[in-house]
Every structure is written in C-alpha cells, then in structure tokens.
Design a protein around this ligand. Structure first.
Ligand SMILES: Nc1ncnc2c1ncn2[C@@H]1O[C@H](COP(=O)(O)OP(=O)(O)OP(=O)(O)O)[C@@H](O)[C@H]1O
Ligand SMILES: [Mg+2]
Length: 344
C-alpha cells in the first residue's frame, strides 16, 4: 500500500494538515469535490477505519515512502487535538472487553427468551462464534440439569429459502434459540431475507409464511404459515451500516431496525492486536499448547512486528502460528512467513 502526506485537507470540516496515511484510493473528484481515501489507523478516532479526506487538488498531496511516512506520522503535525481524543490502549482494552461481555450477556438473555433477536457484527476470527456458542453450551447444560429443555441450533454457511423456513418451523417454540453463523447468503436472496425479517421482528407476534405451493412442506407436514416464538442470533462479518449497495442497505436497515445490533468495533489493526493480547493475557488463548509465558509473548510479539504482512490479524491467526511454533520449534517463523503472510 502506498502512503500519502496530506498537506492541506479536511475531514468532516476539521483541518488535516501535514499528516501521513496509508493510501486506499487515489485522489478522486466526486460530486462534492476532490478527496483521497486513506486508512485512519486510529488517527480520526477508533471507530473509523477508512476515511475520505477532502482536498482541493492533487497539489495538496505528496506521495511518501514507507520510511518517510513513519517519521512523518510520528510527528502528526498540526492536527488539532479537539478532533476526537485518541483512545489509550487501556481504554481500548476496556471498550473491547465490554463489547464481548455484552455479547455474552445478550446471548444469555436470548437463551432465557428475554431477547428475541440480535445481530452480531465483527471482523473474522475475533471470537464471535466462540462467545455465542460458549453461552449456548452453558445454557443447554444448565437447562439439562434443571430438567428444562432449551433447544438450540447453530446453522452455518448457506441456507436455501425453503431450508430456512423448515429450520425456523422446527425451532419456532419459545424455548428455542437459532444461531445463523456466517449465513450472509440469506441476505442476498429476497425470499430468505423476508423470512429472516419475519423471524427477527421485534413485534409481539412474529408470523412467518411460505407463499408458494410446496410439496416438500406438505410431505413433512409443515404448515404454510406459523408463529415464530424462538430467539434468533445472526452472526456476520458485514458491517450493516457501511454497505455500499443501496438495495442491500435498505434490506439491512430493515433488519437492523427490528433487532438488537451489536457491532464488536474491532475495526482497526490496533484493536485486533489488543483483543489478541487480551485473550492471551487471560491465559486462555494458548491453553491447549503447554507454552511457557516467554513462548506466548514470542508469538504475540511476532504478530505485532509483522502486522502489516499477516494475511489476517485475528485469534485464529494466533492459533495458526501457535500450531507452527509447536510443530516446528526451530523454524516456525520462516514457516509462518510462508503460510501466514502476504509476499513481501
Ligand atoms: N475468548 C476466547 N478464548 C479462547 N479462544 C478463543 C476465544 N475467542 C475465540 N477463540 C478462538 O479463536 C478462534 C476464532 O474464533 P471464532 O471462530 O469465534 O471467530 P469468529 O469471530 O466467529 O470468526 P468468523 O467471522 O471468521 O466466523 C477460534 O479457534 C476460537 O476457539
Ligand atoms: Mg464465526
């Protein structure tokens, strides 16, 4: 990725002067004037990943090499402090921990039937499925002991509209929790999407209907409409509020307005590294590996140092590297470079 120094520009009417960024998209002239698209990397506050900085013309820009960028970013000349206070590492850790606590609490509430619909959004490999499944397993175990019967099902990958209808019917009782994990294909199929809208609706009565004649449903004795009383958790990598396609945006807005929407806000590289450090520090990330503390630190430091080249910054990547460390103690860095990193 090239880097660019913005001599003079604005972001949401706030001056951006002599600051350097990783360039996402070259200078472009849109309906409201010229802009460049750059990586915020915490510069404009933690919630911004990629931003468009307005500039009057290309003369306000200077392409810089990576080395120059580092020295120039370090200076971050003249950027007014009033923009948004830059979050400290500790504050970011607290924010991330809180979000995951909310994920656990909301899932628990869904298993208790107190929350009927939730969407969880976050980048790959940060622990969305893990958090939800852990709570569901706990609730199932507890319910078994208590002699109740919570019924939970995790649907992964794609689902055809009729398959979705059948699953919703099967888990339509109030003691059921359905988790759709990485089922984004539902969102691009109008029929499936409407079924999902029905299931996620916050209204008192959620009636779901199958509008066309179906021999499959008849054969299985499934009615062509029923009331859905279960809870639904939809886990996705998509950021609903940042989708480009207007058609999809409209649908997603409709879904979002119907249910609880939890964005785990792990958008910047720094957030992702902090999350990994957090789980490692809690002693749970590498617990199956019998590593000593020095080895755990070595893996985390390796990821930190190579953050720009790793194909993904995630807990999943940390575990992949841990596998290599375990199997190839003398050569793991070289192996990780080959299998986990983009070419130099
Ligand atoms: N709190 C945790 N403690 C220990 N390991 C964890 C924790 N959270 C996640 N992991 C591990 O990290 C890996 C990635 O987690 P998970 O599969 O939940 O990510 P995800 O956010 O659902 O990713 P994707 O969007 O790609 O499905 C898994 O191997 C999981 O076991
Ligand atoms: Mg997952």
């Amino acid at each position: 990725m090239s880097t660019i120094t913005i001599r003079n520009g604005t972001y949401r009417n706030i001056p951006v002067k002599n600051a350097s960024f990783l360039l996402v998209k070259d200078f472009t002239v849109g309906t409201k004037g010229g802009y460049v698209t750059v990586k915020s990397e915490g510069y404009f506050g933690p919630e911004h990943d990629v931003v468009r900085v307005k500039v009057n013309g290309i003369e306000e820009l200077e392409f810089t090499s990576k080395d120059t960028m580092q020295s120039s970013t370090a200076k971050q000349v003249n950027f007014p402090k009033v923009v948004e206070p830059i979050e400290t590492e500790e504050e970011a850790m607290t924010r991330i921990r809180e979000r995951f606590e909310i994920l656990h609490d909301m899932t628990k509430a869904a298993t208790a039937g107190d929350i009927r619909a939730m969407i969880v959004s976050g980048p790959p490999g940060v622990g969305k499925s893990f958090g939800v499944e852990q709570e569901i397993d706990k609730a199932c175990l507890f319910d078994k002991l208590a002699g109740k019967k919570l019924r939970a099902e995790v649907v992964k990958g794609s689902a055809t509209p009729i398959g979705l209808y059948q699953t919703l019917y099967k888990y339509s009782d109030s003691n059921c929790v359905l988790v759709f994990d990485d089922c984004d294909s539902i969102l691009v199929d109008d029929v499936a999407l409407n079924l999902l809208k029905g299931a996620l609706d916050s209204g008192k009565k959620r009636k779901i209907s199958w509008l066309s004649e179906s021999s499959t449903l008849r054969r299985e004795g499934i009615p062509d409409s029923f009331e859905f009383k279960g809870s639904v958790i939809f886990i996705t990598n998509l950021k609903f509020d940042q989708m480009k396609s207007q058609k999809l945006r409209d649908h997603l807005d409709a879904l979002q307005s119907r249910c609880h929407y939890l964005d785990l806000t792990l958008d910047t590289m720094r957030d992702k590294i902090l999350r990994i450090k957090q789980i490692a520090k809690d002693g749970v990330l590498f617990q199956d590996y019998d590593f000593d503390e020095v080895t755990c630190d070595e893996i985390i430091n390796f990821m930190d140092t190579n953050q720009a080249r790793l194909r993904e910054m995630s807990l999943r990547m940390a575990l992949k590297i841990a596998d290599l460390r375990k199997s190839f103690a003398g050569n793991w860095k070289r192996m990780a470079e080959t299998t986990c990193m983009k070419p130099a």
